[in-house]
Design a protein around this ligand. Sequence first.
Ligand code: NDP
Length: 514
Amino acid sequence: MATVEQEQVEAKQEAPSNLIEVENPGTGEIIATIPDLDAAAVAELAAKGRAAQPHWESYGFQGRARVMLRAQKWVMDNAERITKTIVSETGKTWEDAQLAEIGYAGNAFGFWAKEAEGFLADERVRSSQVLVLGKKLILRHRPLGLIGVIGPWNYPFTNSVGDCIPAMMAGNCVILKPSEYTPLTSMLIAEGLRECGLPEGVLQIATGRGATGAALIDQVDMVMFTGSTRTGRKVAAAAGERLIPCSLELGGNDPMIVCADSDLERAANYATYFSMQNAGQTCISIERVYVEEPVYDEFVQKVTEKVRALRVGNSEGGYGTVEVGAITFPAQLDVIRDHVTDAVDKGARVLTGGNEVPGKGRFYEPTVVVDVDHTMRIMTEETFGPTVPIMKVKDVDEAVRLSNDSQYGLGASVFTKDAEKGEQIARRLESGAANVNDALINYTVLELPMGGAKESGLGTRHGAGGIRKYCSQQAIVVTGRAMKKELFMYPYKPRTSKFLAGLFKLLYGRGERE
Ligand code: NDP
């Protein structure tokens, strides 16, 4: 069995003109070279996946769960090796890789292994339809066949391999197209799954650029996409052309509301951690904060002190080296710089940070910006960097209005000591998730749906919907003992037709019109 490293060397020998260099954003070094697969190569993978699918489906839930539970153990046994790989291709800190990637995956393998059958088992349906009295009615969830998963660069384990787990547990084969910037984690996990007994062809990795992703959509029965709203539109259009289902997890610009009656210390810790964690490159990171006037100054002071204390840089030294890691995607640094510059040009003040870190690697200083408003891109667009713009509002109504003044609607958070009031505010927010006195935590709850409102996505991951989307529904009606023919059949006779008209009136015509 070839290792990831061997595969990289072989790829180099086989297709020297068709290669992608993978960079370590923390050092600027090239750490690997991977193949850029063309449409013909993707079609070959698809043929292999389709051939493998019936056998994988025949494993049943128990058989598939055994492989996933072995994979769960494999991930824990190899946590350090996986973390190193994630850190090397993303430049994130060891802690960010541990908590949101290893921790997520460890939970996810076990969750789907245990829960898939419950979500997808045949359902016996009872009906109020008199025509099917005595018949057996079944709702069946049938695997779609071959699923294409296309992932972003910010969480190469969680948001790429993570979506493959329920797809496989449903009995599908999967082709994963990781981001061209972070393909190594997916390749390593696929290798681990083979070690755990996953049959050949069940999970294949199609490395390449955007064109490889586009070619994948042409081959599969359903596409699960995580990435920007811009690319998400293209994916939805391509899926629409082929009339295949797609599920889209897209960008966000998550608001945080700090009420005057909140625990300010907790709110400041949350604003700091969840705007800076993963260097702000999290779809549901806190992107903008609205604070009620009476506590604004104190809150700003607390957050500024906390952000100023953060260490930024290369985390290859291991745990505890720095709090804020690298900017993974080269062009993201331009976006962060542009948003801060645009805000300052329009009157905002930078209280700490605001600059790129000179030297090797790609880093941006943890940054607090105040005197911001909705004329500024840092408030209305996804910055996806270690920035926290804080805006003063006169009351909760203004905070809610500004929170909802966005094309996005992924996550949100509200801080107040009055939990009931917090819940009422959460219900007014136009977002797929809202946390009260918390942030992002909903993502870790695999029983809850995770998905975006507005332009943040279509469909959900996690929960029942997060696995049923990889299946088609089949309605089965079984008629056992029966008469030779039904009353409504030919020949039509006035007596039977009148009887049926009376029956319908009796069944459905007894209500009031008011
Ligand atoms: P992109 O949209 O740039 O890329 C996502 C994936 O799509 C990559 O693998 C990319 O390949 C591929 N791709 C590019 N063009 C096409 C195409 N025409 N057809 C099919 N696939 C294509 O997103 P990023 O990688 O920049 O990820 C960051 C974004 O992801 C942010 O907006 C973030 O909010 C969002 N995100 C959303 C999450 C959610 O759960 N809602 C979770 C995590 C991130 P390549 O990289 O090789 O160009």
